[in-house]
Write a protein that binds this ligand. Sequence first.
Ligand SMILES: [Ca+2]
Ligand SMILES: [Ca+2]
Length: 611
Amino acid sequence: METVGSGTSKQPSADQLFEKEGEFRKETIYFIVIDRFFNGNRANDGISKQGLHDPSLTHWGHYWGGDLEGIIEKADYLKQLGITAVWLSPLFEQVDAIENGHGPMHGYWTKDFKRVNPHFVKEDESTSLKTCVTLRRMIEALHERDIKIVLDIVCNHSSPQLHGSKGVVTDDGLPLADFHQDSNDFYHHYPEITDWDDEFQLIHHEMLGLATFNERNINFRRYIKNAIKAWLDLGFDALRIDTLKHMPVWFWQEFVADIQASKPDTFLFGEYGFGSPWDRRYLHYANDTGVSVLDFALAGAIRSAFSGQEPGGFHLIEKVLAMDPVYRRSTALVTFIENHDMPRFLSICSSHGDLELATVLLLTLRGIPCLFYGTEHYLVNDTDGGNDPYNRPMMESWETDSRVSAIIRRLALLRKTNRALAYGRHGQKYISATIYAYTRHYRDNRVFVAVNKGDAACCAIDHTGLPEGPHTCLLTGESFVVAEGAIRKLPIPAKGAVVLAVQGEPLKATTVVKFQINDYVTHPGDVMAVCGDAPELGAWDVDRCPHLEFINGDVWFAEVGFDASAGRPIRFKFVVLRSGGQEPVYENLVCRTFLLPRRGSVKLDLDWDRQ
Ligand SMILES: [Ca+2]
Ligand SMILES: [Ca+2]
């Protein structure tokens, strides 16, 4: 049984707690289904006693042999591809069982949250988190190459009924829970969800017969939180959370608080299946849990724009982006065009050129892009329309010279260096069903993108937002001249794209605070600023205080550097500076206070105070 404080976490010092925030917006994530990536160790293929491994690679629900050694061997490949973070399918030990041809190669039937899946490590090594050597080697191999690692976690459920047993969970090998002998109340005991609009059912009932944890049980909560903290202590940088919507918002708030108390720079994002910005419950999760979410709406819009499944072409994307002000943090949404639960892009739209354009959009629109393994080689299997499990083929190639690989490499590098893609606002410049042109804009950083999924075309862009003179396309090397802010003739070939970029100077200071203010709707000509007692905040002089950048609707954001005031308390409030000699509008409060860390970077994500 888990007891209070039995986790292995070291508590960070007060200084460390505030000097580094979980900033992930510059990253490009690559999602790997471990079993389908690379078989780096053939000796561990036969470890299952249940015949779960299929050496013929024809039974799609069986293990095919991919493992952590495979990730280590391909770490250089990942580096070369240019991605900066990997999301690994769950690593936890699974129930070793198979039913109707389906086993837990996906990793979503956990047996022990403190042990590594033995199918992924050496056949004779300890799978305990405390001692597993291969896991440590993999973390080291990725970190040596500056690749961050996302741990995929499931807190909602363990495993379904398999050979008479259900939800048997151990705590680093010791008995902990059993759905059928649930004397310690670890599980809810309700039937399958039948009404997806019923809040009680969503939280308490089962999904696909999976044994569903009872989050009201403090011992369950301590077990799961301590287990996840132990993984983070090994070096994982972020968490991807499965089935976010099936646990209450208060559970996630407590979870995030405890995780970030232990490791403050942990970025968390979750799966709220098919969440839509028009759905209030989804927005409650997206905005109030402290967990960012996967952007299913944008994925659906990009996919449909190319497949024609829905009419409207690129207007479908416009419609989703127009909803961005409903999010507190739209630039931290995790975006994608395909994943392990839906047919691959090429199954719904077979043109390689379209996949390339969709990848350009993914890597340059707002949000943190997440690629699915194999996208870089046009990997696809169209059996049964490419639905699960046929969307999870084995990786076939390790070349890095395909057109789509080149796009990924160039744009992932741009994301790392140009803050317009990480933080900036989206400005639409031209749209039709087949052509989409837009800019991303943050301070002196600019990125201009035009994508054409139709026949060769030429359009005029009146306000590019780019400086005067020639600009070279990052994808084709072609040159375009901006005169009086415009590109009068922008020819784009059929299924072609143009990406132009201007890089500003990154902000350097002892302490950087990222101020974000939500919930004040400004008018054209208004500028949001942050005004305070520190010299860096203008010492209350509104003519000298730093301005924020408009992001969308009611959100403004900026990094502000502090040197003289680093380590000291600041008092401040937000103020809207208005044009035409109008009085500024101050927040209605005495002041906000914040103790600046001595060094590092922190985020303050605040709402306008009207009192
Ligand atoms: Ca293997
Ligand atoms: Ca639940």
